[in-house]
Design a protein. Structure first.
Length: 276
């Protein structure tokens, strides 16, 4: 956790400042890293307004797990861990393995071609025991997978990482929680709104109040269809999804997700910006 705060966070802050030039940020941790504190860093206000964790991908060394060692060279891995003062020296490798799986949104069983079908099936079962039911397991040999399998999963890992149990959780009880509080979700109803004004106003709210997600639909004057809006930080996707019903009220309804949100203040600011 301290390594994340002292080393990872400053780098992310620099990347956030250049977010307009970046499509994706790929973070490859060491094989000894604990993913949970890293993902939790994306809940911090300075990061959450610009980034979301598309997915945590855990790569499993299938032959090593089949052999019960969890790493190809367990003695060397253990020696490396003991030399690094930033790493946990107490937890055995199988606990580290379990913690990395517990944070995963996708698991890759790598080197699947190097073990028998029976051993691979056994590894799959062992891995599945450590995973939430929704997490998918795929196989790969030599790490070869199409890029579109790995990018664009849209897991929003920082939103649910606090609920993922890990062996390491108890190590930092009582420490500063770094703003890892529960998220607020507020709903705002508005009349019809100019599309450009609405998106500009929402962008300002995100920047000023660290809003993580914006979801909802808008009624645009003189448009027969409603505008569906999805926002992640300052990035907004929008499209007209369906026509308004004949007896349906043409209103704008938005849900804002973040931490310590002032519902009345946000609605007042949004209405003032739209002059409604």
């Amino acid at each position: 956790c301290c390594t994340v705060q002292e080393e990872f966070f400053p780098v992310m802050r620099e990347l956030v400042a250049r977010s307009g030039d970046l499509d994706h940020i790929l973070i490859e941790t060491s094989g000894l890293a604990l993913p949970k504190p890293l993902v939790q860093a994306f809940q911090w206000p300075e990061i959450r307004s610009a980034c979301t964790v598309d997915a945590v991908i855990t790569v499993v060394d299938s032959p090593a797990v089949a052999a019960g060692t969890f790493a190809a060279f367990p003695d060397q891995v253990d020696a490396q861990r003991k030399l690094d003062p930033n790493l946990d020296h107490e937890s055995p490798l199988h606990e580290l393995f379990a913690d990395q799986l517990a944070s995963a949104d996708l698991v890759i069983l790598n080197k699947s071609d190097l073990i028998s079908a029976e051993d691979l099936a056994r590894v799959r079962l062992e891995v599945a025991e450590e995973l939430p039911p929704a997490v998918k397991i795929i196989e790969a040999s030599s790490g070869r997978l199409p890029l579109d399998v790995l990018i664009g999963l849209g897991a929003g890992s920082e939103e649910h990482i606090d609920g993922r149990h890990s062996h390491h959780d108890h190590h930092h009880e009582g420490e500063d929680d770094h703003d890892h509080d529960a998220f607020d979700s507020i709903s705002i109803d508005l009349p019809q709104a100019d599309e450009a004004l609405l998106l500009d106003a929402l962008t300002q709210l995100v920047v000023q109040h660290g809003i993580l997600r914006v979801k909802g639909f808008a009624a645009i004057p003189n448009k027969p269809m409603r505008l569906l809006i999805q926002g992640v930080g300052t990035r907004f996707d929008k499209h007209f999804d369906r026509a308004w019903g004949a007896d349906e009220a043409r209103t704008t309804r938005l849900v804002l997700i973040g931490q310590e949100l002032d519902a009345a203040g946000l609605e007042a600011q949004l209405r003032a910006a739209l002059s409604v």
